[in-house]
Design a binder for this molecule. Structure first.
Ligand SMILES: [Zn+2]
Ligand SMILES: [Zn+2]
Length: 278
């Protein structure tokens, strides 16, 4: 049995679709998707929503390599990218991986957005030593941890990521996905996960009006997580219109359901600035 290193996961942005800074959202935060963890002398960064700017200030003070994985290229997941300080540090080692479009590589696809007149700085002005990687549904072994990208039910070729650690621990990040209860393959993929971070943008009423928009009803996510014996569920990618009070009520409902089913699932709402150890 290999030694178990604790993995601390930190949320830098938890909103979906667009930033939502408002006093009524203060508790959960208004920045869009960005999550980090540190493992085996590397920083792992998941998505580059506006939350990545604050993470970048912290990482700029270190010299460890960074693995930056972009689930997809919708604005709420890349808007913070040009404000990520380590990209401008000469010689900083960064693996930058994301999806491609049609026959283009990931690099070419991203370059279409990161150029004038959309933004004044092009990616070739970044000073870091970047290894570009186009994501495929193929595991990426990285010094012990294996990153398993998987296509999920969202628009424009979105990936979810499963991180498998040498001791068997599994952390899964699926930021944008319209989860259907009948998706048995996905249920198997998340089975027994130590942590599942999943899109939970809508409640049942809103979801009924927004089917096909690519986001999940949190009740469907909760049920599948219980069925699949996930140990811990973090509801993520909150609707910009769901304020602290609304999210608090959703969490209460989840905990009632868990209790009623006598499930051992731990369920929380992802909050900006919050960390947990797996
Ligand atoms: Zn999104
Ligand atoms: Zn999206």
């Amino acid at each position: 049995m290999r030694r178990k290193y604790p993995v601390q996961i930190t949320f830098w942005g938890v909103r979906g679709s667009v930033t939502s800074h408002d006093p009524k959202n203060f508790k959960h935060g208004g920045h869009t998707a960005c999550v980090s963890f540190y493992y085996h002398k590397k920083w792992f960064v998941l998505d580059a929503g506006t939350g990545i700017r604050n993470l970048g200030k912290k990482l700029a003070k270190t010299r460890r390599p960074i693995v930056l994985l972009l689930s997809h290229l919708h604005w709420d997941h890349v808007f913070g990218l040009p404000f990520f300080k380590p990209l401008y540090q000469r010689g900083r080692k960064i693996i930058l991986a994301g999806p491609s479009r049609a026959n283009h590589s990931f690099r070419k696809t991203l370059n279409e957005a990161m150029r004038p007149p959309f933004f004044p700085i092009r990616t070739n002005q970044w000073r870091a030593r970047i290894r570009w990687q186009t994501l495929k549904q193929k595991p990426i072994p990285l010094d012990g941890v294996i990153v398993e990208p998987r296509r999920v039910a969202h628009h424009n070729g979105t990936f979810g990521f499963r991180f498998v650690f040498p001791d068997g621990r599994k952390i899964i990040y699926v930021t944008d996905q319209e989860l259907r209860p009948a998706d048995k393959k996905f249920a198997r993929w998340i089975e027994g996960a130590d942590l599942l971070i999943h899109d939970s943008q809508y409640d049942r009423k809103t979801y009924a009006k927004r089917k096909g928009w690519g986001h999940s009803c949190f009740e469907i996510v909760l049920t599948m997580a219980m069925d699949a014996k996930v140990k811990r569920l973090l509801l993520f990618h909150h609707d910009p219109d769901a304020n602290d009070k609304t999210l608090g009520k959703r969490l209460l409902l989840c905990r009632q359901r868990i209790k009623a089913r006598r499930s051992s699932l731990k369920c929380s709402m992802a909050k900006e600035g919050w960390s947990l150890v797996v």
